[in-house]
Write a protein that binds this ligand. Structure first.
Ligand code: BES
Ligand code: ZN
Length: 637
């Protein structure tokens, strides 16, 4: 029942979006297709009609075929009719080969009629199945294709070991490329899975993991809490595991395990800190899977088993805020989920706020504030490049590409909005409010409108002098950052600013700057505080004093390489080639390609690096970077 009211509450927004005919801004996607949806579809990014029929359980049986780069097997869907008159089930698919669809009625499996419906370059293909009259589960025999957008198949050379590797990345709308389902965050399913692999590789899923295969060669998994489709995940490889604390086990390729166990040793403390703030961790285990470096994101909050880039293994735990972030999603995102991708800030803004609270509790206020100040500066810089509509938390610009709803605004403006509320009412009150919110909406998917109603009732009404509806509206519907927000500042960064000024003014030599106690965050601020234009002499002096080209910390190296490209500091190009050839995390590589392409004399360098490195990148990365370096052109040359 509450699901239906949820749909209705978001309907006016949907209608608004549906009517809008603006071209998608700042996108270089090749599609010229417009949305295929009539106004009746509850989620503009899915063919699902969960207002008619809603899937509630998924049973997967998959065989992993590395040779052909395909998954083959069965998805059996259990569902309930929301509308008693419904006669068909519409599912999302992309690049799936459907072989047979049947009802499951005891031992009988009578065939069901089905056909493909609409097709869309970004959204995939609608699969329409006639419902069995008795409501029995629907079993789909299918196969994925090697180009599945949600899977990456790695050769042994692309891993740290001798075996091939496979991993999924379902968020936002890629689950449909490896499972036929209702691929919308508004629908939640429990799932069971049986997965067959050829030894010695092993599968791990976002579920209760099982180390032993049965006699038939299948590993069995079970996820008993209802989750949205974008949280269904699989990885297969030479994956070992090492328990590091009560709730935390590291899964990784053998050469990486020890370093990861050291780097992420604070994870158990992070769980305890978050529980103290927002109530129990409800997912049993919180394990970490360290992926090969081609993983396109920093992390992905797959329940029970976050997927983590190895690029945060810095050796000093200085980048483990990423773990705080993915862990925080166990409350904001996985427990209370954005019902539509337009509401992504409910996942990412809340999570970025909680991440900061965890970092504060575990690493102390200094580090939390330095990270806040870095994020704030980056947010302001980013917003300067964004059309005003995209600077709003409630974004009236409809985009058919859900990735457009994940930006610095979604993450950091969302985060600072919550931080502002915390400052207004005080920590104790705000912590209690959020705790109540997670409890109230646990295991549900909600819209921004629902959050605002809850906020009005449970916070604003109780503290009308501290937070007003007008102020909240300013945060949500105006571009930029409200003038009544106090930006984060730290004396540590002011000190660095003075040192930079002194060096540039010739009043201090680099050798006389005491960097011995600088943290990663101070280095990042230092690099960002340098002027945009630096002479080769200055660059060489910096490099010589601080060995920047050889830094192994991926974030520091990234910022230095960016400076090097922008100022054509050729001594760093070897390291740049190495960096771009070995890392596939979009956040770290995309800005470097953009910087290279912004200078015509560096196009050749960019294209040459990309042509070699591309094979190692994930489809999510290549789909973005192809357009930056104009990959087609590279092929023709
Ligand atoms: N859920 C996101 C990753 C994501 C977002 C995947 C949108 C697909 C579509 C994850 O929690 C995340 O935000 N990762 C960040 C972490 C960072 C902000 C600490 C990343 O990957 O950089
Ligand atoms: Zn996130």
């Amino acid at each position: 029942m509450r699901f239906i009211s949820l749909l209705f509450s978001s309907l006016p927004l949907l209608l608004l979006y549906g009517c809008q005919s603006h071209p998608v801004q700042q996108k270089t996607k090749t599609t010229t297709e417009s949305t295929p949806f009539s106004k009746t579809h509850p989620d503009p990014h899915s063919f699902s009609r969960h207002d008619l029929v809603q899937v509630n359980h998924l049973d997967l049986e998959l065989t992993v075929n590395f040779k052909e780069k395909i998954l083959e097997g069965f998805a059996t869907l259990t569902y309930k009719k929301v509308d008693a008159e419904a006669t068909q089930l519409s599912l999302d698919t992309r690049d799936l080969k459907i072989k047979r669809i049947s009802a499951v009625n005891g031992s009988k499996t009578p065939k069901l009629n089905w056909h493909f419906g609409q097709n869309h370059s970004l959204l995939g293909t609608e699969l329409i199945i006639d419902l069995p009259h008795d409501g029995s589960p629907i079993k789909i025999q299918y196969e994925t294709m090697p180009q599945a957008s949600g899977l990456q198949w790695l050769t042994p050379e692309q891993t740290s070991g001798e075996q091939p590797y496979l991993f999924s990345q379902s968020q936002a709308i890629h689950a449909r490329s490896w499972i036929p389902l209702q691929d919308t965050p508004a629908v939640r399913v429990t799932y069971d899975a049986r997965v067959k692999v050829k030894r010695p590789v092993k599968p791990v899923l976002s579920a209760d993991n099982n180390d032993q295969a049965g006699a038939d060669g299948f590993f069995e998994f079970s996820m008993q809490q209802a989750i949205p489709s974008y949280l269904i995940a699989i990885a297969v490889g030479d994956i070992e595991h090492q328990q590091i604390s009560k709730h935390v086990t590291i899964y990784a390729e053998p050469p990486v395990t020890e370093a990861a166990a050291y780097e992420f040793a604070e994870t158990e403390n992070m769980i305890e800190a978050t529980e103290a703030l927002y109530g129990p961790y409800r997912w049993g285990q919180y394990d970490l899977l360290i992926l090969p470096p081609s993983f396109p994101f920093g992390g992905m909050e797959n329940p029970k088993l976050s997927h983590i880039t190895p690029t945060v293994i810095a050796g000093d735990r200085s980048l483990d805020s990423l773990i705080a972030h993915e862990l925080a999603h166990s409350w904001s995102g996985n427990l209370v989920t954005n019902a539509l991708w337009q509401d992504a800030w409910l996942n990412e803004g809340f999570t970025t706020y909680i991440e900061a609270r965890i970092v504060d509790a575990v690493h102390g206020e200094d580090r939390m504030i330095m990270e806040a100040a870095l994020a704030y500066e980056a947010l302001l810089a980013k917003m300067k490049t964004m059309p005003v509509d995209q600077q709003k938390l409630i974004n009236p610009t409809f985009s058919i590409d859900p990735d457009d709803y994940f930006s610095a605004v979604t993450y950091d403006k969302g985060r600072f909005f919550l931080e502002w509320m915390e400052q207004q009412v005080g920590r104790t009150v705000f912590d209690g409010f959020l705790n109540g919110y997670f409890n109230h909406y646990a295991f549900q998917s909600i819209t921004t409108a629902e959050f605002i109603d809850y906020l009005k009732l449970h916070l604003i009404k109780k503290h009308p002098k501290k937070i007003t509806v007008e102020q909240v509206n300013t945060w949500l519907t105006e571009p930029g950052i409200p003038t009544f927000f106090n930006p984060p500042t730290t004396a540590k960064f002011s000190t660095i600013d003075s040192l930079v000024a002194a060096w540039l003014g010739g009043n201090k030599s680099l050798q006389n700057i005491d960097v011995s106690k600088w943290t990663t965050q101070e280095w990042l601020h230092f690099l960002r505080a340098l002027p945009k234009e630096l002479s080769l002499t200055q660059l060489a002096a910096l490099d010589q004093a601080f060995n920047l080209t050889q830094r192994q910390n991926s974030e520091i190296a990234h910022d230095w390489l960016l400076i090097s490209i922008n100022n054509q500091y050729e001594a760093a190009y070897g390291r740049l080639i190495d960096y771009l050839s070995n890392i596939g995390r979009v956040k770290l590589i995309k800005p470097l390609y953009e910087a290279l392409m912004s200078n015509p004399s560096l196009h050749n360098l960019a294209n040459n690096i990309y042509q070699k490195a591309r094979a190692g990148y994930h489809p999510i990365a290549t789909s973005q970077i192809d357009k930056i370096v104009d990959y087609q052109q590279v092929l023709e040359n």
